[in-house]
Write a protein that binds this ligand. Sequence first.
Ligand SMILES: Cc1cc2nc3c(=O)[nH]c(=O)nc-3n(C[C@H](O)[C@H](O)[C@H](O)COP(=O)(O)O)c2cc1C
Length: 164
Amino acid sequence: MEQSAPAQEAQMVSMPEYPADGERIGALVYFSSQSENTARFVANCHLQEEGIDVFRIPVRPHEPPLNVREPYILMVPTYGGGSARKAVLPQIKRFLNDPANRAGIRGVIASGNTNFGEAFCMAGDIVSQKCKVPFLYYFELMGTKEDETKVRQGVLDFFRNHPE
Ligand SMILES: Cc1cc2nc3c(=O)[nH]c(=O)nc-3n(C[C@H](O)[C@H](O)[C@H](O)COP(=O)(O)O)c2cc1C
């Protein structure tokens, strides 16, 4: 039996890794490689307790693609070892190259390692320019307690000031 277009669309939407508790006010989409620095940072922020859906971009190519259909802030670590061309990983590019995913991006948060000097958190500059969204915050490796507090409050304030 053929499905109607809305049913197909509903089937495609991915489930959050951490669904918002109670009323949903916004979303965060993040990538983290096998070193899991960003994943640990996100887990420590407990954004779902504040009404934020948290989605993770798949690490491996054979995993089903992530399909997000709500406004979100993207959080990405920087890769590329100083090269701007490689600073944004292919998994993140793949996610953003889907026009339906790209339509939801509202801002970017980047992480990195200060050892990379000028290229520190460069992925944030690149995504901000390409997607024409503000570069909201940056932090190093798995962040500090202060970074967690600032990101938690900053994400909340952002969605309160940009309701959709
Ligand atoms: C191969 C490689 C290249 C990296 N290149 C950069 C870089 O150009 N700029 C930067 O700020 N950090 C760079 N980093 C540091 C990562 O962004 C940092 O370790 C981050 O916390 C990794 O997050 P993840 O563990 O969630 O993947 C690089 C790390 C690796 C392993």
